[in-house]
Design a protein around this ligand. Structure first.
Ligand SMILES: *Cc1c(COP(=O)(O)O)cnc(C)c1O
Length: 458
């Protein structure tokens, strides 16, 4: 096939949402009102919203049509059977348990298998996963090697298999209810996990009789990276690669707000009958009857159709290429970004771009606010604001100070992204003039959502 320089969006626009344009002076006022916390903005005061790729994508014509087929029967809805078949077509687990989003699946699973004294190793737990593990009194361990942000490696999301062996030796297999692999590795920059790594982790789990689960939120993006980058995989179809990923594990948690291509939804799946029984009991307490979980029939339909679309190679080629397009353009103009560019987001290295702002004055927050004021772009600080507060109330620099620009699926065009590139270029040109921030008000936990800030030195 011809390799084109320009990878076009493999869709036409069928329905549009207006973007309200605004001026830097207006945005400066809105920022001040929000206490310089971008989570506090009204979303219609944002021009390009790159806060998250979760539930923010555009659904297709066929998904909206599927919604009209939603059957809202309490038990045994045809929409449930379509959803179950669509999930099992990719992940042939015996039990599929629908939930309102990924964290509900995590909550149910860990409330059944976790508890004080248990340890759940992962390549890297996503923040809700960690919170749900820890809420049961269990310990959440991240076993991805710490690699420099500019190290270009094909599978930077892989688990350190030797570290898993050491962990099992230290805590004992009986303390480990399950091992997790997050694909792609969100906390590490959307980096993929190789089939070779999943197989190696499987082999360790088999030796010790441990169940292995996928946090499969971005399974299709991960499978595309395997096809592109892993030796011997180029000829395989995406569903075929996904089947192999599924065949190597005992179950999965999933947020359909990511590679389900839907605005809400998730599921928990597994083969173990006894575990499924215990999870369904929890499901009925907190989510709903097992044939709808936390979802309406129409949501089940949208997800079923989304799963057929997300494994389309034209879509995945565009998806991964368009994220790389943004990251490569920024890197080419000298803006430090986490390398290689991940599947769903580009991460700006604010600590490297703003060396005059110490971590405890939040360089990520400074950069995120400047991008909003300059061009109405909303990104997300992933650094000392998010991770710096210690359990004893003191503060330490996070490992990195990043700003994540997450790309919603099928939502923005190339010219939107060209505009983002131009805004970052302007902010980078005046990087030396940016100032740090001070927190004026913050809750004791998860402060990044609601903290209020004040700019320093001016
Ligand atoms: C989003 C996400 C979750 C949680 O899913 P929600 O639908 O937001 O509850 C879990 N793991 C990963 C890797 C995610 O990206």
């Amino acid at each position: 096939m011809t390799e084109w320089r320009t990878i076009i969006e493999p869709f036409r626009i069928h329905s549009v949402e207006p973007i309200r344009m605004s001026t830097p002076a207006e945005r400066a006022g809105w920022l001040a009102t929000a206490g310089w916390n971008l989570f506090g903005l009204h979303a219609d005061d944002v021009i390009i919203d790159l806060l998250t790729d979760s539930g923010t994508g555009a659904m297709s014509r066929d998904q909206w049509a599927a919604i009209q087929h939603g059957d809202e029967s309490y038990a045994g809805s045809p929409s449930w059977f379509r959803f179950q078949a669509a999930v099992q077509a990719l992940f042939p687990f015996r039990h599929v348990i629908p939930t309102h989003q990924g964290r509900a699946a995590e909550k149910i699973l860990f409330s059944v298998i976790g508890g004080p004294g248990t340890v759940v190793p992962s390549n890297a737990h996503f923040d809700t996963t960690r919170a749900n593990v820890e809420a049961t009194g269990a310990l959440a361990l991240d076993l991805a090697p710490v690699l420099p942000p500019d190290a270009i490696l094909p599978f930077k999301g892989d688990m350190d298999v030797a570290a898993l062996e050491r962990t099992i030796a230290e805590v004992g297999r009986d303390a480990i209810p399950a091992v997790f692999l997050t694909v792609t590795n969100n906390s590490m920059g959307g980096q993929p996990v190789s089939l070779a790594n999943i197989r190696a982790v499987r082999a360790v789990c088999d030796r010790h009789g441990l169940p292995l689960f996928l946090d499969a939120c971005r399974f299709a993006e991960n499978a595309w990276f395997i096809k592109l980058r892993e030796a011997g995989q180029a000829h395989r179809s995406i569903p075929d690669i996904v089947h192999e990923m599924a065949s190597l594990v005992d179950g999965m948690t999933m947020s359909a707000k990511k590679d389900g291509m839907a605005n809400i939804g998730g599921w928990l799946a597994m083969d173990d009958d006894d575990l499924a029984e215990r999870c369904r009991t929890q499901l009925i307490l907190t989510e709903g009857f097992p044939t709808y979980g936390g979802l309406a029939g129409r949501d089940l339909e949208a997800i079923a159709q989304g799963l057929a679309e997300v494994v389309d190679e034209d879509y995945l080629r565009y998806r991964i290429r368009s994220t790389a397009y943004l990251g490569e353009a920024l890197a080419a103009m000298g803006v430090p970004v986490v390398q290689p560019i991940g599947g769903h987001a580009v991460y700006l290295d604010a600590r490297a771009l703003l060396p005059h702002i110490p971590p405890l004055e939040y360089p990520g927050q400074a950069l995120a606010c400047a991008l909003y004021e300059e061009g109405g772009i909303r990104g997300c600080e992933i650094g000392t604001v998010m991770f710096g507060r210690q359990p004893d109330g003191t503060e330490l620099a996070a490992r990195m100070d990043l700003v994540r620009l997450a790309i919603p699926r099928r939502t923005y065009t190339q010219s939107h992204i060209d505009y983002v590139i131009e805004v970052v270029e302007r902010v980078a040109a005046r990087a030396a003039s940016l100032r740090g921030f001070r927190i004026t008000d913050a809750p004791p936990a998860l402060r990044h959502f609601t903290a209020r800030f004040e700019p320093l030195g001016g």
